[in-house]
Design a binder for this molecule. Structure first.
Ligand SMILES: Nc1ncnc2c1ncn2[C@@H]1O[C@H](COP(=O)(O)OP(=O)(O)O)[C@@H](O)[C@H]1O
Ligand SMILES: [Mg+2]
Length: 286
């Protein structure tokens, strides 16, 4: 089978991501398939492929979404599918999906602009209150507020561009679990450690962008409760490839978010479970 992989130039920024793309290609070829990395021109070449793997950043307003939709229309197998892109790009929609399916999340109140109630919602949640705009990635529109003054400023700023945002209880921890789930199965796991001085895995400390370290954990060694929650969280979105972010407090787990299009870098996500390339290629050709 012929797999088309849609990328943008930023997918070559980190050598580890480039190496991962090479591993996808080699693995596909060893399994008797072809794997061609292409840019936006894939839109005019969809019939050259049997399935499409999107590695460019996904968002309903980006070309990646057009690629996903058009490939679906033509009956191709697509990762990420367009519904997953829609749900995962909207934290408010995702919140409703997760809670409707009984997935444990930090205590969250969707806020639609009723400023008279803001103070009592915040008192109910308890400070620090985490504020999230629906369409955030790389921690860009996620802020922690310590008092009403800070909260009001952030909420006002986020409400300028959004009709709804999330107010959420802060869950202290030293890392995020990142669980890779494909078609309802855990295929890898990592601890995304928080950077020194930061509280988000990508943060700004002393005016500099910092990322925490990544520590892979063998998927067979995960607590079974964690695996189950990750799989169910992913399933509440769909059957594609997801990176589920989870906070652990004692033996309790809270899903922070489900990401479609999860990062895969050689030496990081694949460090302990090296068969993730094979599993993803198999899912693309099945
Ligand atoms: N309720 C929370 N408590 C503690 N930390 C949080 C909470 N929500 C988010 N974070 C931290 O902020 C990061 C970014 O939040 P997230 O919801 O994943 O948004 P983004 O889509 O921008 O990555 C998370 O990876 C996590 O480390
Ligand atoms: Mg995140």
């Amino acid at each position: 089978m012929k797999i088309g992989c849609y990328v943008e130039t930023y997918n070559f920024k980190y050598k580890e991501e480039f190496e991962a793309l090479k591993l996808f290609e080699v693995t596909a070829e060893n399994l008797g398939h072809t794997f061609e990395v292409t840019g936006k021109e894939i839109i005019d070449r969809l019939d050259d492929f049997d399935s499409v793997f999107i590695r460019a950043t996904t968002d309903p307003l980006f070309t990646s979404y057009v690629v996903s939709r058009l490939a679906e229309e033509r009956g191709k197998k697509v990762i990420d599918d367009s519904e997953s892109i829609r749900i995962c790009s909207d934290k408010v929609a995702l919140y409703y999906r997760l809670t409707k399916n009984g997935i444990p999340v930090p205590y969250t109140v969707p806020f639609y602009g009723d400023f008279e109630k803001l103070n009592s919602i915040a008192e109910d949640i308890g400070y620090p209150v985490v504020v999230k705009a629906p369409n955030s990635r790389f921690s860009l529109f996620v802020e922690k507020t310590n008092n009403f003054e800070e909260l009001l400023a952030i909420v006002k700023r986020f409400m300028r561009r959004n009709k709804a945002i999330l107010l959420q209880k802060y869950i202290p921890s030293t890392f995020d679990w990142r669980i890779g789930v494909l078609n309802g199965e855990v295929i890898y796991a990592c601890k995304y450690l928080l950077p020194k001085g930061g509280w988000k895995i990508r943060d700004v400390v002393n005016n500099k962008v910092v990322w925490g370290d990544v520590k892979a954990i063998k998927r067979d060694n995960l607590p079974s409760k964690l695996k189950k929650i990750a799989v169910n969280a992913a399933k509440s979105v769909g059957n594609g490839l997801y990176g589920v972010d989870i906070k652990q407090v004692g033996d309790e787990f809270f899903v922070i978010e489900v990401n479609d299009n999860p990062t895969i870098m050689h030496g990081m996500e694949d460090a302990k479970d090296k068969d993730i390339y094979e599993k993803i290629i198999m899912a693309l050709v099945s």
